[in-house]
Ligand binder design. Sequence first.
Ligand code: GRF
Length: 214
Amino acid sequence: MDVTSSETRHQLCRIGVLISGRGSNMLALADAVRDGRILKAEIAIVISDQSGAAGLHHAAERGLETLAIERRQRAREEHEREIIAALGARGVDLVCLAGYMRLLSPLFIEAYRGRVLNIHPSLLPAFPGLDAQQQALHYGAKVSGCTVHFVDEMLDGGPVITQRVVPVHDDDTEETLSARILIEEHQAYPEAVERVVRGDYKIFGRRVIYLYER
Ligand code: GRF
């Protein structure tokens, strides 16, 4: 990903966060930027495809710029063109999907190729798509977790940046397992973004290899 050259342009890597709901991962990223755990970066804008998303209010309370670009009754590409224009107008270098509930089209992927990250609440490639925690319970998995990955045209399919594992307990419900995974998500996403912003990795095939272990 060409964050380095854009860093030179803007000094800071400008992050655009796309959400659809409560936005707890967006807040985890905002906290990490604020606290200096992600250096040389700033949250340029938080965009939701749902104007009622709680995350928009939380972001605004933090003083972040917010924008609702409603998806309702709009073709995906037309909707995405508006999002891409909003990101472009703010010089966004890196797009972080944080509970964004609409699959991105090839149009978007092409516009930000290698510069879109997502967090998913399972150990991919297990349980892609919706209701990943419920899928893990139904399957009878003994561990689950979360994955931060680059986004490509495949659903939850791009190269893995980091994963965190949690146990699945016998008495877990979807709620208890989701809560355990969410705690890990809030650690994993800032760590992954920090590494991507620093650019100390190379991608060989599907493998994201860190150049300097910490
Ligand atoms: C998280 O579980 C994330 O992994 C998934 O959607 C959920 C979003 O939660 N993609 P939040 O809006 O970040 O609180």
